[in-house]
Ligand binder design. Sequence first.
Ligand code: PMP
Length: 296
Amino acid sequence: MDIELLYLNGTFMPLAEGRVHVEDRGFQLGDGVYEVIKVMNGSLVWLEDHLARLDRNLAEVGLSAATCGHDLSEVLPRLVDRSGVGHGSVYVQVTRGCAPRDFVFPRPAHPTVLGYARSKPAPTVEEIMTGTVLHPVADLRWARCDIKSTNLLAAVLAKEEARNAGADEALFMAPDGTVREGGSSNVFAFLEGIIRTHPLDNRILGGITRRHVLEMARREGYLVEERAFTLDEVFAVSGPCEVFTASTTKDLLPVVRIGPQVVGDGRPGKVTLTLLDRLRREQALLVGLEPPPALT
Ligand code: PMP
């Protein structure tokens, strides 16, 4: 049985006993950043990558020193260990802390730093092979989507709209018809023999999974381009076409439908499953597990 344990500002406590002040700027202003890190076999996967992104994000919002005194590379493994979580994720959040409500930064700030682990099974083979459905929405988020900010209202509304439309994930579209990313995932396409995804800029989050997928794909000898694609391209292509999402908690998921339109032949594609096999194998080796049976 897991223990729902919280690390809050230097103290471990039961999650249900964690208290944050009403005037915490994370609560009132969304003034904070966060990370979600995968746990497998009790180990944190690609922890250094996530902590590096957290540091970069903190610097981008003027909170560089916020995690001083919290050695997260030591605290988070301890949190997972004490929580007894085998497979799931760790949520980490850092806010500008509690201060009388005002937009400008409090000086000095007393940041809130917290983390907790929760069990959640990885997508099953059946879920993977069923595939996922995307629902295109206008991207109404702010112009710094590269920062993993706790301001998630636009994503909350988009993902709720997707669910009400019978889809699994929202697909953020630019006004010119290019695909940016999912509500909480990066999105790739395999089009005319090339694996493509939106380039890193302020319009998307630089996903950790995205980065590893690009590395794996290049290592496997695929042609890879960080160049945005449109849905017109996806549906006009005459040869094989695949689309997949990439995220920490769901790895890669084959996209079988976008809105009313079926992608390719409506089944998980070979390139997607090959890359997912590589990712599952790499992560298993990293955490000391036997590689899972191949999907392809
Ligand atoms: N884009 C957005 C908007 C996200 O919220 C996420 C998940 N945090 C991702 C992409 C995927 O990033 P990662 O692979 O680091 O989980």
